[in-house]
Design a protein around this ligand. Structure first.
Ligand code: 5GP
Length: 205
């Protein structure tokens, strides 16, 4: 059992209402887990702040996005806040085949489609704030205008209404604990029998 043990990679989806701390969790996760890569989505929305094309998103014109759908080069796509977002297929398939894992920062619609496209390869964790009114406070602290906070709260409630479709719930009351919980979910999923491509040859029965 000292030989390399090939493993099929997995897709870890982190979904959350905005303000639940998903970005902080995914950054920490990527820093701590070298065999975990972030899936960079394509979107029709314009870059915000310091966002860079090819790093934060692939920013695409609506026509170019439609062409990606038509070619079948997206694993899933959805409309969120009036813009289209989607997951490029090729980098995900390449990572899985290399035995590496992919982290997705997508919404519930994306999770549902991804699970249908790659049955058995997708693990979903939904991040919740300890209390819903905490979300409004976090959005306010980040400087959003009241109308924007109200809009995002409505969107948050709608996202939360789908949390039961996921495999795991992580309550982000304290960031280090939430990060540890998501890492534990990733490690447990890696050890699933179905991912151990070496097992049959090793045990010979
Ligand atoms: P934002 O515009 O704030 O970066 O993202 C808005 C929402 O779109 C977030 O909930 C994010 O999870 C979701 N999103 C980002 N990329 C994708 C994607 O590739 N597919 C789907 N379905 N949702 C995405």
């Amino acid at each position: 059992m000292t030989q390399p043990r090939p493993r099929r990679g997995l897709c870890l989806v982190l979904a959350a209402p905005s303000g639940a701390g998903k970005t902080s969790i995914s950054r920490a996760l990527l820093a701590a887990e070298p065999a975990l890569h972030l899936s960079i989505s394509a979107t029709t929305r314009a870059p915000r702040g310091a966002e860079r094309d090819g790093v934060d998103y692939f920013f695409r014109a609506p026509e170019a996005f439609a062409a990606m759908i038509a070619e079948g080069s997206l694993l899933e796509w959805a409309e969120v806040f009036g813009q289209r977002y989607g997951t490029p297929r090729a980098p995900v398939m390449a990572a899985l085949a290399r035995g590496e894992d992919v982290l997705f920062d997508i919404d519930w619609q994306g999770f549902r489609q991804l699970r249908a496209a790659l049955p058995g390869d997708v693990v979903g964790a939904f991040v919740l704030p300890p209390r819903l009114d905490e979300l409004a406070a976090r959005l306010a602290a980040r400087g959003d205008a009241p109308a924007e906070i109200a809009r995002r709260m409505a969107a948050a409630r709608s996202e939360i209404s789908h949390c039961r479709e996921f495999d795991h719930i992580v309550v982000n009351a304290a960031l280090p604990e939430a990060i540890a919980e998501v890492r534990a979910i990733l490690h447990a999923a890696r050890s699933a029998v179905s991912r151990q491509l070496w097992l049959d040859a090793a045990i010979g029965c």
